[in-house]
Design a binder for this molecule. Sequence first.
Ligand code: GLU
Length: 413
Amino acid sequence: MSKKTSSVNAATGAYQRAVELLGLKPNIARALEMPDRELTVEVPFRRDNGEVMSLLGFRVQHNNTRGPFKGGIRYHHHVDLAEVRALASLMTWKTALLDIPYGGGKGGIAIDPSKFSVHELERLSRKFFRAIDPVIGPNIDIPAPDVNTNAQVMGWFMDEYSQAHGYTPAIVTGKPLELGGSEGREHATGKGTAITVRETANKNDVALDKSTVVIQGFGNVGSFTAKFLDEYGCKIVGVSDVTGGIHEPDGLEISSLFDHNYKNRTIDGCGQGKNITNDELLTLECDFLIPAALGGAINKENADALNCRFVIEAANGPVTPKAAETLWEKSVPVIPDILTNAGGVTVSYFEWVQNLQQFKWELEDVDTKLETKMVKAFQEVYNIKVEKKVPMRIASFMVAIDRVARSFQLRGV
Ligand code: GLU
């Protein structure tokens, strides 16, 4: 199985098991599993040298029973329809689990953005947004950042849509603050991940200020997770990005590492720790291993070699189903993506509400509301896990699917 398709199967396997445990009728289970709509578009754009280049773009709308489709758009050379489809369904379960009034969607373009100039990326982004215009809207489908897209890309999207439809900040979330973005959105996924680690520690009698953490991936999610865990007193002993990893058994100095990475967009050259490979990083001894990069990072080849007490899925789909089985046998709990990284879409929801209200909230308001949502969802999942004696992933899917199924039946077909 390729790493790319791993998240497809991870979602499907957990879905089937949760559906059985919920006793959902097969026809309802099937209706909720199928995506509502899948759009593939051609995105032609002009390179800086004047040549025209064409790429494929996707937007999958999985389910909108509980509200508009919601989910990010990623730029990555691995993107294909199967991956976007799997990620769109994860968004349906994630928004339901956090009980925010959305469904699930996802989009992407098969591109390695590091090989393109900022002007090329702007032209490409605008063309893509124009191509998906017929199926999106502030009450229909609201995109957001995902892998390799950021506030600037959201700004272009918002401008492109607003030129055609009038000023519409609520069309997209994760925007720059100047364009209707929310305080606290940039750090939301990392903050939510850190809260998840803290709650996991509390439930398992682990003292956070004596715990060790390893983080794979130091982009938006990984770097902010490190920052908040450092504030909780955790010792971050290893981190990595695409350039490789660093290991410091006494704990990395997070505030200077964070600043170096924020400025240079890489940990390379930070001058801390011993250089190690990404593979070595995953096998470091620690309490919490946090894969915060791409899907399939923990797979059947490396799962047995892990040396952690808990895996916290900050990326989407980082643990393959085979690896999940191995970890279950090794009694290493996995806290699933749809719970761990839900802070991002939760603050996206707060951003959308502010845009619709045309009223800006203070950072403290946003952070407090995020904390409440994350803790409540964690507790709900934990209760089901204990009651049904199932892994946290299955418990998360049970809470989420039950919520969508009830709304589906109440709305009627
Ligand atoms: N891309 C993020 C996710 O996977 C955020 C989505 C959003 O804010 O809509 O949850």
